[in-house]
Design a protein around this ligand. Structure first.
Ligand code: GTQ
Length: 373
């Protein structure tokens, strides 16, 4: 028995609507034995009217999770664990270890002087620093130093290792990767560096010093790889840019003052599969609801507030992480009347856009706000 055929009966002309009979059930069993099936038993499921995300909206509260992440320091070493990470397991996506949709996320902790061995894989990653000092990542021989709300790219195929310098403090950060997506594509390779670590071959932070200058790129240098040469994006210039943009825009009715991190060589997304943005919700701002295809994983970089996702309220504060599944209605509220709130977002929009799957819709009723359920 295929088991999936009881999920859907819709009395709509043009949609599958075949009653089970003993003869048909026997026929389905026969097909099953031949590793085949009748399309009308699954058609309404595999071709929904609109996207049906298996992910559920979740807030991972840092004040609840932090102590559990820190406990892992007593329990395992980076050498034994490879990566000392507690991953965010969306209740609807435990089968693929995703935080939302096809995006994986985890919280990693590292003590001063520790380093995780160098490796590379087909999955692309970002590492977004939450707390601590002395964090660094080496990407293909380029060493990037990292502070809170900075993030570094470790694009697919690049050797990378994470560490915390001996004079630093315990660091916690969020990893975000496209592991579930690359696995779904059945294209994931993984390799440990033969020396377990790589030599640093360039001036520290060179890729950001070279490519991260607003409106300027290095004369005569070309960059043709599919990911951004600016391996690290820092918080201070990001926040400054949002502040400047806010002076001359009303912002998006759905997202406030929002800017996308780009590959300075192309103005495209930072990596081929993962995009990132930072948005500022001004004091008291309450955005209008909309929905779009693509999965969003938000990290509260600053402030506090709440989001209403598919009619349910989710409160958040600094360092919390929450997700908006594909095609879920969502609107954001800054909970402070005097200070701004900033949301970092990791998403799969580059995939949606590249494949022609991006679609967006505004919530029309009720002044653009969802009724709470
Ligand atoms: O740093 O490359 O959280 O490969 C999970 C898998 C981080 C990494 C994770 C990984 C990484």
């Amino acid at each position: 028995m295929s088991g999936s055929r009881e999920n859907h009966r819709e009395d709509v002309i043009g949609r599958a609507n075949v009653e089970d009979t003993p003869e048909l059930l026997a026929y389905y069993d026969e097909l099953d034995r031949h590793s085949a099936g009748a399309l009308w038993t699954v058609a309404n499921k595999i071709e929904p009217w609109q996207p049906k995300s298996q992910s559920v909206p979740v807030v991972w509260r840092y004040r609840d999770l932090r102590e559990h992440v820190l406990r892992s320091v007593q329990l395992v070493t980076p050498e034994k664990a490879g990566r000392r990470v507690i991953y965010l397991n969306n209740p609807g996506r435990t089968d693929v270890s995703a935080a939302v949709g096809w995006i994986y996320a985890g919280l990693q902790v590292m003590n001063p002087g520790e380093v995780a061995s160098a490796h590379r894989h087909s999955a692309s990653a970002i590492r977004f620093i939450m707390e601590g000092s002395g964090a660094y990542t080496v990407v293909d021989g380029h060493k990037m130093t990292l502070g809170a709300n900075d993030f570094v790219l470790t694009p697919n195929g690049t050797w990378h290792e994470h560490g915390v310098s001996a004079d630093g403090t315990t660091c916690l950060w969020q990893d975000g990767l496209d592991i579930p997506f690359v696995n779904a594509m059945e294209a994931n390779f993984y390799e440990v560096h033969p020396d377990l670590s790589q030599a640093v071959g360039y001036a520290v932070d060179d890729m950001t010093k070279t490519w991260g200058n607003a409106g300027l790129t290095p004369a005569g240098q070309r960059w043709s790889k599919g990911y951004s040469p600016m391996f690290k994006y820092e918080w201070a210039p990001t926040y400054e840019a949002l502040g400047k943009f806010a002076q001359c825009t009303d912002g998006s009715p759905f997202d406030g003052v929002m800017m996308e991190y780009v590959n300075p060589a192309t103005n495209g997304p930072v990596m081929q599969t993962l995009g990132a943005s930072m948005q500022m919700l001004r004091p008291g701002e309450h955005t209008r609801a909309h929905r779009h295809t693509g999965s969003y994983l938000y990290h509260v970089a600053k402030g506090r507030g709440h989001s209403i996702i598919n009619g349910k309220r989710f409160d958040w504060q600094e360092r919390d992480i929450f997700c908006v599944p594909s095609w879920a209605w969502h609107e954001h509220v800054n909970g402070s009347a005097s200070d701004d709130a900033c949301l970092f977002c990791l998403n799969d929009l580059p995939v949606m856009r590249a494949l022609g799957l991006y679609r967006e819709e505004a919530f029309g009723d009720n002044g653009g706000h969802q009724p709470l359920v």
